[in-house]
Design a protein around this ligand. Structure first.
Ligand code: ADP
Length: 765
């Protein structure tokens, strides 16, 4: 029965054989029949369309190669040949690219071009049979790849085994027969045949060695054995000398399917060289430590972060603990609690700046007593990085003790001297009031003068011992400062009959402080002025109130002081060399004055010219609690001490210091500079000190040792310093810059314009 089949092309002229057509159309294989002459598609089945990924319309009634343009270059000639020769063409699992449903796809197909001939044998049609194999091929390829990979892995394993930087062998069965060995393992036994032989036969010397026991243990228990730096006397070559060699061993049990130990896997690493290097290092370390232990001081080292990592035996003996315990506990426990805060602050500063650490503190020894030490540490720098800190603590307790004894002696002596002197003075005054012969009176007056001087000297000595012991007490109360100045001058007038003491200005001001102590300062300045200007007639004393400060100056026209000596004047017992012999004195007056001023938040400075005279200044702050105006933006800062202005066009920081400074104001200003430099990524500073008054010498060390290194780390490269007109301030600045050791380029100027010009000429980052 003829069934209507929609797949059947009506144009089909070839055959009436419905069976054939039906077979073709329902074949599980793709079939397409073409006219041999025109190669136009005449019959095509679903399967073919499915494999081809084309529509029926693309093939039926169309030139075959129009539908398969992408395959034409490869198979056109084959098809033509089939028509011409009548021989079929087979393509087995060929890979080709087809455009299926508009997309390029690589597939595997098996296809046949088969001729269909008429009775005369002429090729009239060509049938194309096609079967897709993509999935099968892919699966097969996967298997092949896996096989290749596992072969590769095996190869790699073998390579690893043969080239491993360790000797490896497998000992099989209870007899421990060498089943497998790699070349490095063989090298351990040059010239010996190992493979296939039981261990005892190949290496008989093992028999009595502890190793044999170990191997038996692994066999019996299945537990892995690891031995390190085991020494084995072995020759390196066949007949070479036996030498001590070191090995790390691993013996690992090999288990069979039943989980029983049936062999041992051996790994051997030769570590002779490492052990030898270690020994050498240890030896040099021992020598190094021996050396450190011969030192009478405490010696220690710390990591770059400050953590202690070594102490010598002196430290252990002093503290009564083992080194490890001391390192674990850290120094802090042994430092006197009163000394600890400053000590930690200094250490933190040193760590931050990478500069020398130096401090005196008391350390608690095993006897429970504290002993004074001078600690000093320096960073050990390699390739620009701190690798370690090396420190010593020198016991200075005896020195401190002596100093203390000396101070105590001075204190007792001056006390003892004071008592009889007071009596002498009293008797002297009584005698003056008595009716005595006129010829005696001048002698009485002279002795009164000497008594006064002696009194002054003893008072100075007492003060110094009190300062040293921290026992000076101050009675702070409000008083009329102008009155004090007047009174002081008045009482000094008759001690300096040859000089005129002229008070040029003295504004009214109430000051809150210790009146007696400040009188001492004024007296000291004036008596010095008198003493060191023996040929002069006048001493000018002046007082001004400026910028919340009282500033008193005492000017003489005497011998003056050379610049080099200026900064040292306020030190204890310091006396300028050439004056020491000519003028009497202990060198204590200015030291005491400095201390008194410091306690009042004041400062002092000197302008002097040798031969022309000196002006001694001191400053006392008034209204200390008053708050002051502050302006602050990201590039600008201003308060009453400092103005910082970041100039973006020149990438420079302009800093203008104003007025009087002390350690605190200098430190504060410096930290602000650091902050603005870093935040604005600047590398240069014009530091203008032209408006600085007085001095800031007490911050010198901090600026040089701590602040400059911080600035360097923050990127400072160029530093132009414009001098203050104050000699003292100039000296301070120079000293700080001298202390600083680094790569910052500095220049001094007296003119701000030149400073700016210089800094702008330095090349930008
Ligand atoms: P002294 O008792 O020696 O005067 P001071 O501490 O008062 O001790 O002064 C210390 C040193 O400072 C003096 O020895 C002197 O060299 C120097 N000095 C102090 N005042 C003057 C001055 N007005 N002119 C020159 N030199 C001075």
């Amino acid at each position: 029965m003829r069934r209507h089949n929609p797949n059947l092309e009506t144009k089909m002229q070839l055959t009436n054989d419905e069976n054939l057509i039906n077979t073709v159309l329902h074949a599980p294989i793709g079939v397409c029949i073409l006219d041999a002459k025109t190669l136009v598609g005449e019959i095509v089945n679903e399967k073919f369309l499915e494999v081809a990924g084309k529509s029926r319309e693309a093939i039926l009634g169309r030139f075959y190669w129009d539908a398969f343009a992408e395959a034409r270059p490869y198979y056109e000639s084959a098809l033509t040949q089939v028509v011409e020769t009548g021989e079929p063409y087979y393509a087995n699992e060929v890979e080709l690219m087809l455009i299926r449903h508009g997309k390029e796809e690589w597939i595997f197909v098996t296809f046949v071009y088969a001729p269909i001939k008429d009775k005369t044998g002429k090729v009239t049609k060509v049938s194309v049979w096609v079967l897709e194999n993509t999935r099968q091929v892919a699966a097969r390829q996967k298997v092949e790849i896996e096989r290749a990979v596992s072969q590769q892995a095996r190869d790699r394993l073998t390579r690893f085994f043969m080239q491993a930087p360790a000797g490896i062998c497998i000992l099989d069965g209870p007899e421990l027969v060498f089943e497998l060995i790699n070349p490095l393992y063989q090298q351990l036994f040059p010239g010996r045949e190992l493979l296939g032989k039981p261990l005892l036969e190949a290496v008989p010397e093992v028999k009595g060695a502890p190793i044999w026991e170990v191997l038996q243990g692994v066999l019996a228990t299945g537990k892995t054995f690891e031995g390190s730096e085991m020494i084995i006397p072995l020759a390196r070559t066949d007949n070479g000398p036996v030498e001590d060699r070191y090995f790390n061993f691993i013996y690992q049990a090999r288990l069979n399917e039943a989980g029983r130990v049936d062999g041992i896997l051996v790994f051997v690493f030769e570590v002779t060289e490492i052990v030898n290097i270690k020994r050498t290092l240890e030896a040099s370390e021992i020598r190094h430590h021996f050396l450190l232990n011969t030192m009478p001081q405490q010696v220690w080292t710390a990591k770059p972060n400050g953590e202690l990592d070594y102490v010598n035996q002196v430290v252990c003996a002093d503290f009564g603990y083992e080194a490890t315990e001391i390192i674990g506990r850290s120094w802090q426990e042994f430092i006197h609690p009163d000394d600890l805060p400053l000590c930690l602050a200094r250490w933190a500063e040193a760590l931050a700046s990478g500069k020398e650490y130096m401090i005196e503190f008391r350390l608690k020894f095993h006897d429970g007593k504290y002993y004074w030490h001078l600690a000093r540490a320096l960073p050990f720098i390699e390739e620009g990085l701190i690798k370690s800190w090396f420190g010593t603590n020198t016991n200075i307790d005896t020195r401190k003790e002596n100093e203390y004894k000396k101070d105590e002696f001075l204190s007792i002596a001056s006390h003892e001297l004071k008592t009889p002197l007071t009596s002498i003075k009293a008797y002297n005054q009584i005698m003056k009031r008595l009716d005595i012969p006129e010829s005696v009176r001048p002698y009485l007056n002279k002795s009164a003068g000497h008594i006064a001087r002696l009194e002054g000297l003893i008072a100075d000595l007492l003060d110094v011992t009190k300062i040293n012991a921290g026992k000076v007490s101050y009675t702070m109360e409000p008083f009329d400062f102008a009155q004090l100045l007047e009174d002081s001058i008045e009482s000094l007038k008759h001690t300096a009959p040859k000089h005129q003491l002229l008070l040029t200005a003295n504004p009214a001001v109430i000051y809150h402080g210790d009146r007696n102590r400040l009188e001492q300062v004024i007296n000291n300045f004036i008596t010095n002025a008198v003493k060191y200007s023996p040929g002069a007639a006048q001493i000018l004393i002046n007082s001004v109130v400026d910028q919340d400060n009282i500033i008193v100056s005492v000017q003489d026209f005497g011998i003056g002081i050379a610049k080099d000596n200026l900064n040292k004047l306020f030190d204890r017992y310091y006396r300028v060399d050439n004056t020491a012999m000519r003028f009497e004195g202990l060198g204590l007056g200015l030291y005491i004055s400095a201390e008194i001023l410091r306690r009042h938040g004041g400062s002092f400075w000197i302008e002097s010219e040798p031969g022309a005279g000196s002006t001694f200044y001191f400053r006392l702050p008034v209204n200390r609690d008053k708050t002051h105006e502050v302006t602050r933006t990201a590039t600008y800062y201003r308060d009453r001490h400092i103005t910082i202005n970041y100039q973006k066009t020149h990438n420079r920081l302009d800093v203008d210091w104003t007025g009087f400074h002390d350690v605190e104001s200098v430190k504060k200003g410096c930290m602000l500079m650091w902050d603005y430099l870093e935040k604005n990524n600047s590398d240069r500073v014009v530091n203008d000190n032209t408006h600085v008054l007085g001095n800031w010498s007490e911050a010198v060390e901090w600026v040089g040792n701590t602040w400059f290194p911080m600035m360097e780390k923050a990127g400072l490269k160029y530093f132009a310093h414009v001098f203050s007109p104050s000699t003292f301030s100039q000296l301070s600045a120079k000293k700080s810059i001298d202390i600083m050791a680094g790569i910052i380029t500095t220049q001094y100027f007296t003119d701000i314009g030149l400073a700016e010009k210089w800094i702008n000429e330095q090349k930008l980052k």
